[in-house]
Structure formats: C-alpha cells, structure tokens
Design a protein around this ligand. Structure first.
Ligand SMILES: [Zn+2]
Length: 389
C-alpha cells in the first residue's frame, strides 16, 4: 500500500532519526534543539476527569486512618468517608465541603478516591448541577499509569516505549487544544484508559522514563498519537475514521503483524429483533445487504430489510446494534439466518495509528525498536521535544 520509493525513503530516514533519539544513553535521551517543539515551558500537568457526579451520586475519599483536608475550608474529616453530591453541595453528615477545593489526604502522595489512587492533585468543582472530580497530574506520571493500563507489562520494552511516545503525543495534543475546556481527557477508552497509580510495573515505568519528553511531530506540528488495539491487517486514515483532514502520519498503512492477536478476526451474532430495536427500525430484520465500504475496506453502511421495508444504516450504528461481540466496523460478512443476524469482521478498535498488538509482535518476535515501530505506523513523523527540560 505504501511501497513507493519516496515513502520508503521517508520511512528509512525516520527510522534512523528516531533510533538515535530513543536509544541514546540516559541523561542524553532528548531530541536535539532543531526538533524541539517546546510547547510548554516545563513538564505540564494533564487534567483528567475522574468523575462527573449527578445529584444524588456519592464519592468515597481516602482510606481508613487518614485525614482529608481541603484548601477551601481547612476541614479535616475522617477518611474513607462517603460524600454525597446533592446538586449544590458535597455533604457528609450535616456538614458540607466548600467548593471549589483541592483535596489532600494525610500520608498519601496519591489521592485515594473511589478505590483508585490518583497522583498529583484532585480538584472538586461545580459544573451546573454536576460535580466534576478532576486530577491535575504531571504528564510523565500520568503516562506511567496510561501505558500500564493501555498495554501492560506483558508487552516487550520496545512496544511499551512506542506506546509511551504515542500516548504522550495524544495527551499533549489534548492539553494544547483544550485550554478553554474544564479538563483535557477522561480515564476511559474515549481518550486513554488510566486507572491511576496502583502498582505500575518497573518495566512500564522504565519505558516512560526512557522516552521522557518525546512526542511525534510532522512539519513542526504535534501529531495526535492515536492508536487502537488490533487493526486487523490495515490501519485506516484519521479522516476516514473521524472526518476532517488527515496528515501523512495518520493516513493508514499495511500491518502484517497482528494476524495472531486477539480479535484479528471475530464473529458476532444477535437476535434480529434486538438488532432491529437497537437500530430503531420496526419488526425483525429479515436480511442485510447493500454493503458499502470505505477506502480502507471497512464497512461504511448497509441496508437492512425489516417490517417497514429497506433502511440504510451506518456501520457504526450496526456495530452498536450487534453488541460487544462486534469489535470494529471492519465487517466482512453480514447475514441473517432464521431469527439471528451474524457478522464476521476484523480488528478491534477504530484502526487509526499505532496497532498495539502489531507493535507488540514487531517488538517481541521480530526485534523491532520503538523507533522502527513508530516510523512504520506514523510514516513521515519524527520525534521532537515537547517541553523545555
Ligand atoms: Zn495491526
């Protein structure tokens, strides 16, 4: 798909440049000045939305034996306390915390909250009738938790380093683009999965530290380092998946490395009446046809035949209707048999950018470096320094 000589040359140049940066000795592991983006004067905090409480919902803060203090009211309350948000105040017993405030818990570097532990500061602030619980965490510490949650210590070091750089690039893009928003990311796969700081492995921490401050850039601009679990054989362009304009590093490449990964291929089935109900069409679905595909081969839309006649539905709606067994919109076969709709497909996730299981295989089976992995999945991208050290 990308075998032209020009592109190949770019890839090779990218590999050479990235290799030198990723594997330079400790203390010199920084991009040179000519690739310094320096978007921030120092390591930035990322603002991660931990919870958005609706009226009546509760929040458990702290752990047994500790004290909670806030800057808003100088209160110290027994830890492991259940607070209830009533739409105006965060209350326990007959008392309320003054908002907004920053939480501190005695004896903890990370704030214990709802069973997790969140490094940095945790702010509580009101947004209309909801209470926002937002962690302000140094970017590199946040990334340790993200790489642990998104990939984990079972992956080879080079894959973890590639993930760290992709995740840092994604996070930095959100920080740079969401200055007027209340937070930069959440903690789910809508952005990047983050479960706080609970027991990150040394292997993961080393991968983040070895790539500290390094992000992907293209023509002097940050590349949003999006990634997905398993592409299924070809990654896709960002414009195809998300709309808008794409850039060469996010235009999609072939991937011959995830064929043995979980959900490289998958099958899903669901009752025709349940699929119809989810799609909002009347009666059970009798057949599916009229398949339209995107340039990368994913499904774009299909026509379902039901009691009210043929209805065109998007691939995303169909994926949702088929339930969690449908792992992506790359559906290769769709059929109905009796009262059941069956789908076969490839890949897990949106399929843009780094293929995590492909990267894992490149590192563990083929000995690819993080630099080579990134040069493959983000062709034309280079490494750059994100902030002033
Ligand atoms: Zn792949």
């Amino acid at each position: 798909m990308r075998a032209s000589r020009g592109v190949l040359l770019l890839v090779l140049l990218g590999v050479a440049g990235l290799t030198a940066l990723v594997h330079s000795p400790p203390g010199r592991n920084r991009a040179p000045e000519d690739t310094a983006l320096d978007l921030f004067q120092s390591e930035p905090d990322i603002r991660a939305l931990l919870r958005s409480l609706k009226p009546g919902e509760s929040l458990r803060i702290g752990e047994p034996g500790a004290k909670i203090c806030t800057d808003g009211a100088d209160v110290a309350v027994a830890s492991n306390t259940l607070f209830v948000w009533n739409g105006q105040q965060l209350v326990w017993g007959d008392q309320a915390l003054r908002l907004p405030c920053t939480l501190a818990v005695s004896g903890s570097d990370a704030i214990p909250l709802d069973g997790g532990a969140w490094p940095g500061e945790v702010h509580l602030e009101r947004a209309d009738a909801n209470l926002l619980v937002i962690a302000f965490t140094p970017l590199e510490e946040y990334l340790v938790g993200v790489v642990q949650s998104e990939m984990g210590a079972s992956f080879a070091p080079a894959a973890l380093e590639a993930q760290a750089i992709a995740s840092r690039s994604y996070a930095a893009t959100q920080i740079a683009n969401r200055k007027s928003a209340r937070f930069d990311v959440d903690t789910t796969q809508l952005t990047q999965v983050w479960r706080g700081s609970s027991n990150p492995s040394l292997k993961v921490r080393r991968a983040v530290e070895a790539t500290s401050n390094q992000v992907l850039c293209h023509k002097g601009k940050l590349v949003e380092g999006v990634f997905s679990a398993t592409c299924g054989g070809t990654t896709r362009s960002a414009s195809e998946a998300f709309g808008g304009r794409s850039i060469p590093p996010l235009d999609g490449v072939e991937c011959n490395h995830c064929a043995a990964a979980p959900f490289a291929t998958w099958s899903a089935e669901r009752s025709a009446t349940a699929v119809a109900a989810s799609l909002g069409v009347s009666g059970a679905i009798s057949s599916v046809g009229g398949l339209e595909f995107t340039p990368s081969g994913r499904l774009a839309s299909a026509v379902v035949h039901c009691g009210s006649g043929p209805v065109s539905v998007s691939a995303h709606a169909l994926k949702r209707a088929l339930g969690p067994e449908a792992r992506s919109t790359w559906m290769t076969h769709l059929r109905t048999e009796g009262a059941t709709v069956y789908a076969d497909g490839r890949g897990f996730g949106h399929g843009v950018g780094l293929c995590q299981h492909g990267a894992g295989s490149m590192a563990s089976r083929s000995g690819w470096s993080a630099a080579a992995i990134l040069a493959h999945y983000y062709p034309g991208a280079k490494l750059a320094r994100l902030y002033r050290p």
